[in-house]
Design a protein around this ligand. Sequence first.
Ligand code: AMP
Length: 549
Amino acid sequence: MDYSELVEIYEKLSATTKKLEKRDIIAEFIKNLDTNELEIVIPLIQGKIFLEVEEQELGIADKLIIQAIMGLGFSKTEVIDKFRDTGDLGLVAEKFAEKKRQATLFQRKLTTEKVLASIRELATPEGKNSQNRKLKIILELLNFATPKEALYIIRTILEDLRLGVAEGILRDSIALGFDADKEKVEYAYNLETDFGIVAKIAKEKGNAGLEEVKLEIGRPIKVMLSEKAPDLENAIEKAKEPAIEIKYDGMRTLVQKDKDKIWLFTRRLENVTKQFPDLVELCRKNIKSEKAVLEGETLAIKDGKPAPFQELSKRIHRKYDIKKISEEIPIQINFFDCILADGEQLLEESFSERRKKLEEVVNQIEGKFQLAEQIKTTDLKEAEEFYSKALDAGQEGVMVKNLSAPYQPGKRVGYMYKVKPEKESLDLVITGAEWGQGRRANWLASFILSVRDEATGELFEIGRMGTGLTDENFKDMTERLKPLIIREKENTVYLKPKMVVETGYQELQRSPNYKSGFALRFPKLIGIREDKSVEDIETVQRIKRLYKL
Ligand code: AMP
């Protein structure tokens, strides 16, 4: 397909802010695509070059894009001035591609496949001359691009497409385009985690095909989510037939086993198998089923007690000395669900059946490889005792679950409620930062925190965090955030919303200064949550509820 066809859709999408219009535009477009095109085009509409499971990052910095635009035949001053005016390198590329066009007659068509393949190549590992090679790839694209194509190529490379196409819109477009049920599209997506494949199934096999999508070992799924209950009594009432479990504060871990082969995934679909050889070994030996998919919470353990998440966090992204750090920071897993055992999918089974299966397949090792501690009761007093025992043991709180409920991938459906002490922390995403001053001039020193709108996925600022950080924190955060910079304006940088931070605060106030309508007083860093993504952060809707409380 010509890239210009896709660019036409991008243009239409950016011309409206209305969700239904966006849905209709996409539905109309994808309806007539063949299945191969769907797989390519749908992720591109989301601005995705790699799926989460591919775990590839583009990480292209502004500097390289500026050089590429200069390569069209313009001076650094010209390019940088324009960047300063617009704050958007996409627009800068568009402008200079236009100027260049006027000077040449050269024209060749870019295909979508070519654009995608070239951008994917940008992620290949660093090495000698890698910057030059990347520069050449971008410049080649820009040389062939029309001005509008240049705009979207650059925005795609910088992972900042700005089209406002959230997952819900894409789901509805696929349903509309292929005459399928929204719920079935969503069900399939939660197991496939790729809208391109889901669209292909919807086109080829309709609702029946979507329903048939199965859990597949070796591929992560969107896990079932929990709701927050104001207190135990409320949670017990809502859960109907309640089981109460300890809520461990660690890394949610999707364990998959096929004979001797083990996969470990986080809830953001990252494959962390390599980082946890100790857990892999335990699973291999102590899951008594050839093919199984279990869920558990992995904790770091220190002196027999759960260590703060930050300890475990040291292991999640570790790429070297893995064996050494496994010995330094030992772990424990607490299994709480079983969604496939003996090759049979158990999503439709009740939680009580799934827990039974879990008891059967896990060979427990105390303190190491065990089931989440659980009681079954509707008695408030008994529940409260269990809750305070959990807190005394240094755990985060409890989960109250409905024993008769099935497993609903990807959804917050009211089958699990978390109860933890009030004055809790909030998970927020960092969307910007400011360079420090004086001694801290080389560090990002004040971080813009944002919450998410549940319906549209839009992010809204809710505060700035600059206190409670050590020099070590500033340094570490700066290093990790630098590759996420989308653009800079004066002293402020705008960031890809990737880093989720657990934040403490003193008070929540109404505020006209932030788009969320609220401000946090004295937000304080508790820690970076590598295990969470922007989809897991607090929503404006919940902040409103918190405020009312
Ligand atoms: P939160 O991260 O605060 O939204 O709480 C939900 C998370 O608690 C889940 O995603 C799990 O990672 C974690 N969790 C800890 N213990 C349990 C448990 N017994 N059952 C379910 N989830 C648990």
